[in-house]
Design a protein around this ligand. Structure first.
Ligand code: COA
Length: 260
């Protein structure tokens, strides 16, 4: 695939998706959003991709937000449309059905923070700064940041970040559960890959069902979510991988999962 502002390469089942516009700190302009739509479609379709790592090019930023030059000239309807477009795009990452890890290697601000929030896990470098500074520009989160941040770190902490616009550093992000782990920046990608590969050693359909149970279940009443969990559990009992996983345990050997 030919991208101007992205790099996408797959090595042994892991896709590395890099937002590649470092002179603008990887800010998400319309061109980049369009390329991300193509990339996520490829990630959805490519069965050889079993997990994804999203990161930013350069030394300073994961993604420093939506492109402020484009933001400045948005009409009301244009603003609503771009927000819906970004929300739909980010939701496709969340609903990919395979684990997606954000390797937050610097500034993750505004839309960059929202992209990281749509990923299943966030690992950060020690120099990372995450925040939602949109209110300083007279707007607010538009790519579901108000919803995902509040769900992840709780309403009070989310509102502190959303209303102050102040970023948090990696240690504070770790403390409030906004990121899962923090690493020196030179180790971040390798650690993200190692964690993802540990996940990918497990049964693919079990990973997919777990993501669905958590993503969909959290939006349901508890009892309905439990029923969904039970249905997915039952479905997994029909898989060859369930037979292989349990058999491998009995035979004291590593399981060889086929995703079937
Ligand atoms: N949109 C468009 N361009 C952006 C950008 C954004 N969100 N964030 C950074 N850039 C551009 C800068 O304009 C600058 O471009 P230039 O060299 O052509 O002038 C380049 O990226 C480097 O940024 P700079 O501000 O010089 O780097 P810095 O290290 O001094 O500051 C930040 C880094 C992240 C603190 C600062 O760039 C910033 O505050 N960015 C905006 C963050 C934001 O509000 N995001 C939410 C948008 S809704």
């Amino acid at each position: 695939m030919d991208f101007q502002n992205l790099k996408l390469e797959t090595r042994e089942g892991v896709a590395f998706l890099t937002i590649n516009r470092p002179d603008k700190l990887n800010a998400l302009n319309v061109q980049t959003l369009g390329e991300l739509e193509q990339a996520v479609e490829a990630l959805e379709r490519d069965a050889a991709v079993r997990g994804v790592i999203v990161t930013g090019a350069g030394e300073k930023a994961f993604v420093a937000g939506a492109d402020i030059a484009e933001l400045a000239v948005l009409s009301p309807m244009g603003g609503q449309a771009i927000a819906r477009r970004g929300q739909t795009l980010f939701e496709r990452f969340e609903r990919l059905g395979k684990p997606v890890i954000a390797a937050v290697n610097g500034f993750a601000l505004g839309g960059g923070c929202e992209l990281a929030l749509a990923c299943h896990l966030r690992l950060a470098s020690e120099n990372a700064k995450l925040g939602t500074p949109e209110v300083k520009l007279g707007v607010m989160c538009g790519y579901a940041g108000t919803q995902r941040l509040a769900r992840l770190v709780g309403k009070g902490r989310a509102l502190e970040m959303l209303l102050s616009g102040d970023p948090v550093d990696a240690q504070e992000a770790l403390r409030i559960g906004l990121v899962n782990r923090v690493f020196p920046k030179e180790r971040l990608l390798a650690e993200a890959e190692a964690l993802l590969r540990r996940m990918l050693a497990n049964a693919p359909l079990a990973l997919q069902a777990t993501l669905q149970a958590v993503n969909s279940g959290l939006e349901m009443p508890f009892d309905e979510a439990q029923r969904l969990e039970a249905s997915l559990f039952g479905l997994l009992c029909s898989t060859a991988d369930m037979r292989e996983g349990t058999q491998a345990f009995v035979e004291k050997r590593a399981a060889r999962f086929q995703g079937q």
